[in-house]
Design a protein around this ligand. Structure first.
Ligand SMILES: *[C@@H]1O[C@H](CO)[C@@H](O)[C@H](O)[C@H]1NC(C)=O
Ligand SMILES: *[C@@H]1O[C@H](CO)[C@@H](O)[C@H](O)[C@H]1NC(C)=O
Ligand SMILES: *[C@@H]1O[C@H](CO)[C@@H](O)[C@H](O)[C@H]1NC(C)=O
Length: 369
């Protein structure tokens, strides 16, 4: 009996000394607006801001964006957020709009698969026919160099693009309903990659080992869809390309107004070639069920294992030897668990400002009180 009581007291004393003592006895002085937590000075900003604005605010108040360089720091921050019940206030601005655009993307993928299944079965017979706008038939005699232009179907025309220095573009003359299929996209078949912005790749097997390209760089050997330019953001994107049965088709992603240029996403590689990235935040973050906060981090060895378990973005490549810092978004769940990913360039979906999210600043403590 006595022995057990003795053990219980012992544990209690150890408990007090290891958790309460170091935090409460040493108080450090922080600048106005910052709070002292252990050996750090933090300020949490609940208003959702862009990356550049968050940085600016941290600097204006005399600090920097918090830098995650040890485990302890993040653990304490998380505890702080939970204890102060801030979790419900850490929300992404325009989250509803972002979730909606993500849903639209998913719907499109479902819809094109459905279309393709039906196409494989029925080719261009019913029921897919009513949503299908075939290429115009070529006349018997024509100038070869005009081939592509001559395949433009009624209701569409080729004219200068609305995008500066993009050359010609493909335009609607009349309104076009959402999910209308255009094409097929014609070009020369190559085994090697052709002229980048005019080539679509067709994978011949599920493992993506065998492939060929449909290259429309020559107007004499392609059709009007070669004039569809690359969209710079989701607002102007109105056409989606997809492979089906070894062919490439385009499908409208929304009801398109008359006199509108058709613009599509050229794909990850060609998009980057044009300086455009198309990352949707919802494909990297858990926008549905988590709260979010921005910080910066340094992928040092001391954090490697820690990050390995909590990092969402496995394609996140960085040089562990350099002291480069990255900006990350932490998703915090109700049960206290979290994941983290490097903040991507989401401007294709979010607009120029990027992701608007709460953030944390820090500064070195001033002196011991
Ligand atoms: C189309 O663009 C070309 C080259 O930029 C220009 O010379 C021409 O005037 C434009 N045409 C129209 C109708 O705007
Ligand atoms: C993000 O991408 C857009 C184009 O998609 C580009 O204009 C912008 O400069 C990029 N922003 C950053 C911070 O890299
Ligand atoms: C990174 O910082 C550490 C000290 O914090 C320094 O010893 C090291 O040389 C730096 N590495 C590089 C590549 O700058």
């Amino acid at each position: 009996m006595m022995n057990q009581q003795y053990i219980a007291y012992f544990i209690l004393i150890v408990g007090i000394f290891s958790t309460v003592f170091p935090i409460h006895v040493v108080t450090l002085k922080c600048k106005a607006g910052f709070e002292n937590i252990a050996k750090w000075c933090f300020s949490i900003h609940l208003e959702s801001k862009s990356l550049s604005k968050s940085r600016e605010i941290c600097e204006k108040t005399g600090g920097n964006m918090v830098l995650l360089d040890e485990h302890m720091k993040l653990n304490l921050l998380r505890k702080y957020i939970q204890e102060k019940r801030l979790i419900h206030k850490l929300y992404v601005k325009n989250k509803e709009a972002l979730l909606k655009s993500y849903q639209e993307l998913q719907d499109l993928l479902t819809h094109h698969k459905k279309y393709c299944k039906s196409y494989k079965k029925n080719k261009l017979k019913k029921p897919t026919e009513e949503f299908y706008v075939p290429n115009a038939k070529l006349p018997v005699f024509f100038d070869e160099n005009e081939r592509a232009r001559l395949t433009t179907p009624p209701g569409y025309f080729i004219a200068n693009s609305s995008i500066p220095s993009a050359g010609y573009g493909a335009w609607t003359m009349t309104g076009v309903k959402k999910y209308t299929v255009l094409g097929e996209y014609e070009g020369e078949e190559h085994k090697k990659e052709g002229n980048q912005p005019y080539s679509w790749v067709i994978y011949e097997d599920k493992e993506r080992k065998k492939k060929h390209y449909i290259d429309a760089s020559s107007p004499a050997k392609s059709n009007w869809l070669r004039y569809v330019n690359c969209a710079r953001n989701v607002r102007e994107e109105n056409v989606f390309s997809f492979g089906c049965d070894g062919l490439v088709f385009y499908m409208t992603t929304k009801d398109v107004e008359p006199n509108t240029e058709l613009l599509t996403w050229y794909g990850e590689n060609d998009g980057r070639f044009l300086g455009i990235t198309r990352l949707h935040p919802a494909s990297e973050m858990n926008l549905k069920s988590a709260s979010h906060i921005r910080l910066s981090y340094m992928p040092k060895d001391s954090l490697k294992d820690y990050l390995k378990y909590h990092q969402n973005w496995f394609s996140n490549k960085y040089d562990k030897k350099s002291n480069k810092t990255y900006h990350g978004i932490i998703d915090i769940y109700e049960d206290g668990t979290w994941t983290m990913q490097r903040e991507g360039n989401y401007t294709y979906y979010t607009g120029e400002q990027g992701l608007l999210v709460p953030f944390v600043c820090e500064h070195e403590p001033l002196e011991k009180e």
